[in-house]
Design a protein around this ligand. Structure first.
Ligand SMILES: NC(=O)C1=CN([C@@H]2O[C@H](COP(=O)(O)OP(=O)(O)OC[C@H]3O[C@@H](n4cnc5c(N)ncnc54)[C@H](O)[C@@H]3O)[C@@H](O)[C@H]2O)C=CC1
Ligand SMILES: N[C@@H](CC=O)C(=O)O
Length: 815
């Protein structure tokens, strides 16, 4: 005998009923079948609604019943079931609904809906669906019989969620089998009857349980649960796109997963079949050839340590705390007894070894009764100040890793905590039994989607990690960066396992957001059409979206943008900035951002702040990390100024050469920052800080070569003044040339002091031979004593800067 159970979606329409019957017919080739059916999808909810509406005295229940009746009649018609008087499909349905109307009329008259009446109301869902299936299946298999589950499954009289009397049920099932030895059966799921024959129900999802009880009583060869997904999945597919079916799983693992939210299986289902070692399959009615999931005693072991990730929401943590509990036996017993008296189910328990507190998780709906019960139980201790009144913490959820292979497998919880921590998911409580089959974490409900995805990537998708970018400032550098990202997407996925999605692109006028990833081939047009969004709103959006591995990429030169970093880092959103404002702001702010990054496990990277794409900051960081001491630094750090002094020889006006530097993308958005020396001062300040110095911008000596008039007014006035002072620039050039020297704008740092200024560099000097827009940094350290460590190369330009930002993004993503 085989037991096949078809869920609500599998019998939701005539077409689906046909599919389910075809599957059953095929199964008949291997022996007789017992077909257990749920109500037509959505029917039970509608019946409950009808009952509740009636209880409120609202006649709208009549419409609800009428619509339901219509749906059943249509299904019968589509199945071409012969109507009365030839057969009884129509009569069956209309009789059923007459009875339902009568029941609801009574409820409306009394304005009271007892659990007993509700069970009776709900039972019509399965009674009708199973009879429709029987009428259809009977034409294909005339020996099949309809069996009323109320005569097969015996329960107590706890209406709403009755307890099964397994022995009595087994006897009833065997008696029925004896009466119909060669027949297949069609049985309504979910419903049963107590010893008086009164209708009871087995709890929502109880049709699975019906099937399992019948399979166990019959000693069936197998139990198949037919549903609308191809098996038990590694995670809820509505939350995790990459979730995939688990091929084979043990009863224990399936039980753990189903208890914690894997909705394909009603948790009590496993116990009866597990006891008898009956293989349980979960199959997809709409893709019957898919393998599905086989639940069995001992599935073949794979290298996977985790089988699935499950979650359950609507959780409240109750924290019983106080010094009066330490070392005194009986506190936990009293806590659990108080909860049990109120029939409150404890979902999770944790207690610290200090015994100072016991923490239990309960369903949110039980919060108030639990609080009242526990505070009453411990009223004396609370009054004496020995324990605190119970503190409920609402809005929580459990996310759990499940797998028998986790046992004796070190590193699983480390990986779990690491993955969640890096994404700013705070764990409020943890529970792991000695069986090591389940590690449960309690987190905020709003973090569930992110947490499950992060864990799924960590444990199941060794192939890739999704990274979500929010890019501010798609200008010169930002535009190139987007181009590089678009070209490198396949490379990133294939070689680094990173799936980089640009979720938002914003400039000062528009903000384009697409959680699925902005189309990088067409972003300029889409951005131009997008609405505006303030920086504050963008920050809030990034935090509210709460996407895993989020990175804020600041490619502006804007101070307000830099002011957002702290709130983002505090939410574990990484920050990658080529904007130099933050790292060169007051030391306290610089240090705070670095410490927030550490505290919240999020990267704060700004390697392009000095030398654009050159490894200047990273080299210095490596020196410091390995214990070297930086004694002196000498550097040319302005691509713009190097370009200008390399190209200015008096044959073209100085202003024109500066304009060329701007046009080629070497200058700051405001070129006065470069020409005034401020940009170089910022850079040496950042290097000094990275070398361990507590130093401020005001400590940097800036020897400017610009006549003061050049810095008055706006950028156009600046260019006008540069032109007006051509003689000044020519004189600087001539003086250098007269000695065979070259002009270089040099940054110097030694013994905690830094200065920047224009110098004549003679031939043979380390800084002399520096072409185009190149930068060079000479690190004189304890280890690099005789000759400095030199980093040299192109130090400005959109393409190289973008590649430096890109490298920071990859670093942040791989943290
Ligand atoms: N060009 C280079 O060689 C290097 C540049 N950098 C840095 O890169 C940054 C960007 O430089 P570029 O791309 O050349 O500048 P850009 O002026 O071409 O681009 C800046 C972008 O930021 C946007 N923006 C400005 N204020 C904004 C705000 N409040 N909100 C949103 N968007 C805003 C602008 O609309 C523009 O799209 C600067 O901080 C610069 O110091 C760093 C290293 C080298
Ligand atoms: N404007 C800067 C660009 C890099 O920071 C420069 O010219 O060096």
């Amino acid at each position: 005998m085989q037991v096949l159970k078809f869920g609500g979606t599998s019998v939701a329409s005539a077409e689906n009923i046909s599919k389910s019957c075809d599957i059953s017919l095929r199964a008949l080739e291997n022996g007789l079948v017992v077909i257990v059916v749920s109500a037509l999808g959505g029917t039970t909810d509608a019946l409950i609604k009808a009952g509740k509406t009636a209880a409120e005295g609202d006649v709208a229940y009549q419409d609800i019943l009428q619509q339901l009746e219509q749906r059943h009649l249509e299904a019968a018609e589509e199945l071409q079931l012969p109507p009365a008087p030839l057969d009884n499909a129509t009569a069956l349905i209309t009789d059923g609904f007459l009875e339902l109307h009568r029941l609801c009329d009574g409820v409306a008259a009394l304005q009271e809906l007892s659990s007993r009446t509700l069970d009776r109301l709900m039972s019509y869902g399965e009674l009708l669906s199973s009879q429709l299936v029987e009428l259809h299946f009977h034409r294909l298999q005339p020996d099949a019989v309809w069996a009323d589950a109320r005569q097969l499954i015996r329960t107590n009289s706890r209406f709403g969620n009755a307890e099964v009397d397994v022995l009595a049920t087994e006897k009833l099932v065997k008696d029925f089998q004896a009466q119909h030895p060669n027949a297949s059966w069609i049985v309504p799921g979910f419903i049963a009857a107590d010893a008086h024959g009164t209708t009871t129900t087995l709890g929502r999802g109880g049709s699975d349980y019906t099937a399992a009880l019948l399979a166990a009583a019959l000693g069936a060869d197998k139990l198949e649960i037919w549903t609308d997904v191809s098996g038990m999945m590694t995670a809820d597919p509505r939350l995790v796109r990459g979730a995939r079916p688990i091929a084979r799983i043990s009863y224990q693992e399936a039980m753990e997963l189903s208890h914690f939210g894997a909705k394909v299986l009603y948790p009590p289902t496993i116990q009866p079949v597990m006891k008898r070692g009956i293989p349980l399959w979960i199959k997809n009615t709409f893709a019957p050839d898919d393998y599905g999931t086989l639940v069995e005693v001992e599935p073949p072991r794979t290298s996977a340590s985790v089988q699935g990730i499950s979650s359950v929401g609507n959780l409240t943590l109750l924290n019983l705390e106080g010094s009066g509990m330490v070392g005194i036996p009986g506190f936990s017993m009293r806590l659990f007894a108080a909860l049990a008296r109120e029939r409150i189910n404890v979902v999770l328990i944790t207690q610290s070894s200090s015994e100072h507190s016991i923490c239990v998780g309960v369903n949110a709906a039980d919060t108030t009764p639990a609080q009242v019960a526990v505070d009453e139980e411990f009223a004396v201790e609370i009054a004496a100040g020995r324990i605190e009144p119970l503190r409920p913490e609402r809005g929580l959820a459990i996310v759990a890793l499940v797998g028998e292979n986790m046992k004796d497998h070190p590193g699983i919880s480390g990986k779990l905590f690491g993955a969640l921590g890096q994404n700013g998911v705070n764990i409020r409580a943890i529970a792991q039994g000695a069986s090591e089959k389940n590690i449960s974490t309690v987190i905020r409900a709003e973090d569930v989607r992110k947490a499950i995805n992060v864990l799924h990537e960590a444990f199941f998708e060794a192939t890739y990690k999704q990274v979500n970018l929010f890019l501010l400032g798609p200008g010169n550098v930002g535009g190139k960066l987007l181009g590089q990202l678009a070209r490198q997407q396949a490379h990133l996925l294939e070689h680094l396992g990173l799936q980089v999605r640009v979720v938002a692109i914003a400039n000062s006028r528009h903000c384009l957001v697409n959680e699925e990833g902005v189309d990088l081939a067409a972003w300029p047009e889409a951005l131009a059409e997008a609405p505006p969004l303030s920086l504050t709103d963008l920050t809030e959006l990034i935090i509210a979206r709460n996407l895993r591995n989020s990175i804020f990429v600041d490619v502006t030169a804007n101070a307000a943008a830099a002011a957002c970093y702290a709130s983002l880092l505090e939410k574990s959103v990484a920050v990658v900035a080529c904007n130099k404002v933050a790292a060169s702001s007051e030391y306290t702010n610089y240090a705070r951002l670095k410490s927030l990054a550490k505290e919240f496990n999020a990267s704060f990277l700004y390697s392009t702040n000095v030398g654009a794409g050159l490894p200047v900051i990273s080299t210095l960081n490596d020196l410091m990390r390995s214990g070297d001491v930086v004694r002196r630094m000498q550097a040319v750090l302005s691509g713009t100024l190097n370009f200008v002094f390399n190209n200015y020889d008096g044959s073209r006006p100085f202003a024109e050469v500066v304009r060329q530097a701007q046009a080629e993308g070497y200058t700051e958005p405001d070129p006065r920052l470069d020409l005034s020396g401020t940009d170089v001062a910022r850079k040496i300040l950042i290097l000094a800080r990275e070398a361990g110095q507590v130093i401020e911008m005001s400590d940097i000596e800036i020897e400017t070569f610009l006549p003061p008039a050049c810095l008055e007014g706006d950028v156009e006035a600046f260019y006008t003044q540069l032109a007006a002072h051509e003689a000044h620039f020519r004189a600087l050039f001539d003086a250098a040339q007269a000695t065979g020297a070259r002009l270089k704008f040099v940054a110097r740092y030694a013994e905690g002091r830094a200065a920047v200024g224009l110098q004549q560099i003679p031939p043979g000097h380390d800084l002399y031979d520096l072409r185009g827009k190149d930068n060079v940094v000479l690190f004189h350290t304890d280890r690099y004593d005789e000759l400095p460590l030199v980093v040299k190369g192109a130090g400005a330009g959109a393409e190289v800067t973008a590649s430096g930002v890109f490298a920071d993004i990859v670093r942040a993503a791989r943290l």
